[in-house]
Design a protein around this ligand. Sequence first.
Ligand SMILES: [Zn+2]
Ligand SMILES: [Zn+2]
Ligand SMILES: [Zn+2]
Length: 159
Amino acid sequence: MYTGYIPEYLPTSDIAQALGVPPGDPLLLESLAQGYAMELEYARILQQENEVKLLNARKQRPKKYKCPHCQVGFSNNGQLKGHIRIHTGERPFKCDDKNCGKTFTRNEELTRHKRIHSGVRPYPCQTCGKKFGRRDHLKKHTRTHYIQAERMMPVFVPF
Ligand SMILES: [Zn+2]
Ligand SMILES: [Zn+2]
Ligand SMILES: [Zn+2]
């Protein structure tokens, strides 16, 4: 009577034939069959993983704007335009201050540069209150205080 039981492993005789071993040793065949089944299971898991990867890749936003110079993809044209300037050396952001006319590849760079002219000094010295337009200038200045402090330190003289 058919019980609906589906064998977990392929018939050992088939595997013996597939692997080219004589079907005389049932223990050997049994272990071979198990190994075979494990490989099948492993292949099934790998396939599942690949399907998940493919699905995830499809979910990601397509980067249809490709740079003609280096093939890097961008999801919008603005990003691509900004990137292409790296290759072309184009500097569309020009300082409108008289006698300056410096050009920049990015708007942020121009904004930072303009502080030189506008006198905006957002970095005050914590020690003397002197203000600086750039963080690195403040840093350089702060160091002069340290050097002064070192000079003022009493020198320890052993007797
Ligand atoms: Zn590029
Ligand atoms: Zn300028
Ligand atoms: Zn200072």
